[in-house]
Design a protein around this ligand. Structure first.
Ligand SMILES: Cc1cc2nc3c(=O)[nH]c(=O)nc-3n(C[C@H](O)[C@H](O)[C@H](O)COP(=O)(O)O)c2cc1C
Length: 409
């Protein structure tokens, strides 16, 4: 895809990144040496309410902390005297080869943080041939994102209502998407107190405090919101249902959550019958749920606690991964949540994940520096994976197994 060779991992990422940016890296990226650095830069760049919406979790943030801490439960047992000169990072998912083992998960409201954010993420992922999932809560038509990246997957938030499901699934199929992701962990919105504290609401209400917050971040205000209004008009939720949704500034936004709490396994069966492409369920944590998803004919699952944004104290996805892998063989298992380092990626893969997804750093990167920012984020992670593979003594990701890990405590 687009001149990217999956053979040589980080070298190819470096080349694709250099071509995309004409070898000139935006100044803003100079000090960004690791994914966590994007967080600090985004905190400065974005209004407090937008940064808070992205960075925040729910209630005590225990689920988010647990996901991050779970990577400390494992230590590596590296191998030496291995010729690791021919390292590569490609993976195969659902019969398709990707150049990198980490992808971009669905991130709602991306176009509020970054100008045309969903297109930025889609384009960067296409250039690097990495998995990318477009969010149902996006502000750009799914048809336009598919055009930019025909390999992108689409994530739906579906209500438990057959006609609405059928219409939405038909629209996604008509657009040409090959992979449909159903998010399962959102029957109701999470309790995001930080949004209330920071003045972030849906629909967005322009209070004097919000206006001041925006005015204090002029580069974001003009470069993202101003530019969006002048080029494409008021952003709408385009992909919640088969028909165009309300504008972000509309009062009737809440109705779009209706009947999500009625979504059940029967609906997943209906979706499976209708959707001919690859079907993935995101947001499972229980072995029984994963088994049931497989019985229904789901092709893959993403173990996830939604970045700690739904049920607080939800278990860390990494903690359930080994058991899910052992008890539900033959299913593609992916994972997300607080994956920030090459070592995190390698631990998840060693425990049986077929791929991982990295959320917040990519949307921060898109906000700060557009496509070059997202490419830079991928390059940093890919470089880490490459170095870590050499130090661990593996040349192919498929060679990883639990033999390379030991309990850290
Ligand atoms: C700002 C934001 C918006 C999100 N929107 C969605 C969404 O629309 N659909 C969904 O399934 N998950 C959504 N998620 C969850 C992510 O897909 C993913 O599970 C999570 O971000 C992974 O954790 P990480 O950000 O720590 O890497 C969102 C996460 C964030 C941070």
């Amino acid at each position: 895809m687009q001149g990217f060779s999956p053979k040589v991992g980080s070298v190819a990422v470096a080349q694709a990144t250099a071509t995309a940016t004409n070898n000139r890296q935006p100044k803003r990226l100079k000090d960004i040496l690791a994914l966590d650095d994007f967080d600090r830069a985004a905190r400065k760049h974005l209004p407090r309410m937008v940064y808070g919406f992205i960075s925040g979790a729910v209630e005590t943030n225990a689920a988010q902390r647990a996901a991050a801490a779970s990577y400390l439960d494992y230590a590596f047992v590296s191998r030496t005297f291995v010729d690791v000169s021919a390292r590569e990072q490609s993976i195969t998912l659902f019969g398709r080869s990707y150049a990198l083992p980490f992808g971009i998960p669905p991130i709602g409201g991306a176009a509020i943080a970054a100008y045309r954010g969903d297109l930025v993420l889609a384009e960067a992922a296409a250039r690097l041939n990495q998995p990318m999932i477009m969010s149902a809560s996006s502000l750009i038509k799914l048809e336009d994102v598919h055009e930019r990246n025909p390999a992108a997957w689409f994530q739906a938030y579906l209500p438990g209502d057959n006609p609405r499901i059928e219409a939405m699934v038909a629209r996604v199929a008509r657009a040409g998407f090959e992979t449909l992701v159903i998010t399962a962990d959102t029957p109701v919105p999470g309790n995001r107190e930080n949004n209330v504290r920071n003045g972030y609401s849906m629909p967005i209400r322009i209070t004097p405090r919000v206006a001041l917050d925006c005015a204090l971040h002029p580069r974001w205000l003009l470069g993202t919101i101003g530019r969006t209004f002048t080029s494409v008009g008021s952003p709408h939720f385009e992909n919640m249902e088969a028909d165009r949704g309300p504008p972000m500034f509309s009062r009737d936004f809440a109705r779009n959550f209706s009947a999500r709490d009625k979504l059940s396994w029967t609906h997943l069966e209906l979706i499976r019958r209708q959707w001919k492409g690859t079907l993935v369920v995101k947001g499972l944590l229980s072995v029984d749920d994963v088994r049931r998803a497989r019985e229904i004919g789901t092709d893959g699952v993403i173990l996830s606690n939604h970045g700690g944004r739904q049920l607080d104290h939800a278990v860390a996805p990494l903690r359930v991964l080994p058991r899910v892998k052992a008890e539900v063989p033959g299913l593609t298992i992916m994972i997300d949540g607080s994956i920030r380092r090459g070592t995190d990626v390698l631990k998840a893969l060693a425990l049986g994940a077929a791929a991982v997804f990295v959320g917040r750093p990519f949307i921060y990167a898109a906000a700060i520096a557009g496509v070059p920012g997202v490419l830079h984020a991928s390059k940093l992670l890919s470089d880490e994976i490459d170095r870590d593979m050499a130090l661990l003594g593996v040349t192919k990701l498929a060679a990883l197994s639990q033999d390379y890990l030991i309990a850290a405590r």
